[in-house]
Design a protein around this ligand. Structure first.
Ligand code: KIV
Ligand code: ZN
Length: 432
């Protein structure tokens, strides 16, 4: 097997490519079951949430935000289901979100009673527009809200020593908050929790809505990293959303700027344009020679689970996982790739043109033509219909059509070529 190496800058006379690299993986936190779930047409039921939870555990997530139990009875029931069915393996921490309100915090602690390991994640928005328009509170009032919530959480946790607790605070809308004010709130909260290297707490700084280019977010993270009063007692976490399409870039730059931890979702599910895509982020690291500590060696299984649970198809050009990303149509690309596969470089380093990663590392294979077979998702079928016949299938129809094609393949096996696909489509939808 070939190996990957850290990105080596290429010298161009007196200019250099950026020489910053990420040298170790972050702590990963999946919020698929919370931020991801709250953004769905239909929130997941217990069966789907459980399937996705099991998948996240298998992939290797050790921190999983499983819901917002004080806001939703379904989330409350799911948290209870996990605890009552003993579904939290050694080393895994479930995380629950709560607003900084006394009644909601109390209900959150009821939801997690008896759990072995819990991260209590409390948040309140801190930006001027929230203070002035939504809360109608002064800055001091908003800070007090956070501090009182932190005190209440500390007290309730102390009453329940049978659970191992970690505390997390998020100044929601951090990236549009004045940095000095965000710092003041965070310092006050970490003082209440007595954050120290021996008992660290998580401070999560969200780009709740991605409003600026990724370097700006990274600058904000770096500023906090340099100014936090108890930096050694803090796991500094980022929570990028993807409104400008640069969530992954924002997370990468934030890690270079001092962050320790990243919150996001598989394939970038989440509110609006999504949370940062943890799969792309992890595999970007992998291709730079840093093992992410997450296992995507059977990425199609992960994809199928996520599509089943979210009912949202993943785009065929999605990095690393899309149906088309290891397919070359052009003859010259196919030729270069074939030559790359044929040689075994002496240093054993990956050197196949046009492919950033060996598809086999993800349990996939390189395809020189597009194929539709039992491994293909709806994206491949939709793409083939579009390319070969100029027919664009709406999303819902893609889902339905892929089921029809799957049934056809189950009956007959093998691949379905473009012509056969068209015949099925015609038979199902065009003949009266
Ligand atoms: O995007 C956001 O700010 C959030 C917080 C609740 C962490 O999801
Ligand atoms: Zn979010």
């Amino acid at each position: 097997t070939r190996k990957y190496q850290p990105f080596r800058p290429i010298r161009l006379r007196d200019r250099r490519w950026p020489d910053h690299t990420i040298t170790r993986p972050p702590v990963w936190m999946s919020t698929d079951l919370r931020d991801g779930n709250q953004a769905l047409f239909e929130p997941m039921d217990v069966e789907r949430k459980r399937a996705l939870y099991d998948c996240l555990v298998d992939v290797g997530f050790r921190e999983i935000e499983v819901g917002f139990p004080s806001a939703s009875q379904a989330d409350y029931d799911f948290v209870r289901h996990l605890i009552d069915s003993d579904a939290i393996p050694e080393g895994v921490w479930i995380e629950v979100l709560t607003q900084a309100r006394p009644d909601l915090i109390k209900r959150t602690f009821e939801a997690v009673a008896g759990a072995p390991r819990v991260i209590v994640h409390v948040y309140n928005a801190t930006s001027p527009v929230f203070r002035e328009v939504v809360f109608r509170q002064s800055a001091e009032g908003v800070q007090t809200m956070a501090v009182e919530a932190a005190r209440q959480i500390r007290g309730l946790a102390a009453e329940r020593p049978e659970t191992a607790w970690r505390f997390q605070y998020s100044p929601e809308t951090f990236s549009t908050t004045e940095p000095e004010f965000a710092l003041s709130v965070v310092d006050a909260v970490t003082a209440v929790w007595d954050a120290s290297a021996d008992a660290p707490v998580i401070i999560n700084l969200p780009a709740t809505v991605e409003m600026a280019s990724p370097n700006v977010y990274a600058d904000q993270i770096e500023w906090m990293h340099r100014h936090l009063a108890r930096r050694e007692g803090i796991v500094l976490s980022v929570h990028p959303h993807n409104d400008r399409g640069t969530g992954v870039a924002a997370a990468e730059l934030a890690l270079m700027a001092g962050a320790d931890r990243v919150e996001g979702c598989l394939f970038g599910n989440g509110e609006r344009t999504g949370n940062v895509d943890l799969v792309t982020l992890a595999l970007n690291l992998y291709t730079q020679g840093v093992h992410p500590g997450l296992d995507f060696s059977r990425i199609n299984d992960v994809l199928r689970t996520v599509e089943h649970c979210t009912e949202i198809p993943v785009h065929p050009r999605h990095p690393y996982v899309g149906d088309l990303v290891f397919t070359a149509f052009s003859g010259s690309h196919q030729d270069a790739i074939r030559k790359g596969f044929a040689v075994q470089p002496e240093d054993g380093l990956w050197s196949v043109p046009y492919l950033t990663i060996d598809p086999r590392d993800l349990g996939r294979s390189y395809e020189s033509v597009i194929r539709v077979n039992s491994q293909s998702g709806k994206g491949g079928m939709a793409y083939l219909m579009e390319q070969a016949y100029g027919v664009t299938l709406p999303r819902r129809l893609q889902v339905e059509f892929s089921r029809v094609v799957q049934a056809h393949m189950d009956a007959g096996g093998g691949e379905v070529a473009a012509e056969a696909l068209w015949e099925i489509f015609e038979r199902e939808y065009l003949r009266l």
